[in-house]
Design a protein. Structure first.
Length: 100
């Protein structure tokens, strides 16, 4: 069974090899191999399992909805210049004469 309750102030070098309270809080006990926490876990009823240490589920993103800025109309309408109008009329005349 466990050798002690998890003491966060106890340095890893001072901790002895054996079962200790799971510092990640997911199981009742986790195996300390002398250099780090192993994937071996134990439940209060004595069941054993494997759970990689230190891997937590990704937190859920919290989003707030912010209304979009309203679309504003352009201040002035877009207009073609006088040269563009003349070119368009000229091209239209050429096309009309080509079709006739």
């Amino acid at each position: 069974m466990p050798t002690d309750d998890f003491d966060p102030l106890m340095g890893d070098a001072a901790r002895q090899v054996g079962w200790h309270a799971d510092p990640f809080g997911r199981h009742s006990h986790r195996w300390w191999n002398g250099t780090g926490w192993s994937e071996k876990v134990r439940t209060e009823r004595g069941g054993r399992g494997i759970d990689p240490p230190g891997i937590d589920f990704a937190p859920m993103a919290v989003t707030t909805s912010v209304p979009a800025e309203p679309i504003e109309d352009a201040l002035l309408p877009i207009r073609r210049g006088p040269i563009a109008d003349k070119i368009a009329v000229f091209v239209a005349c050429i096309v009309f004469l080509a079709l006739v």
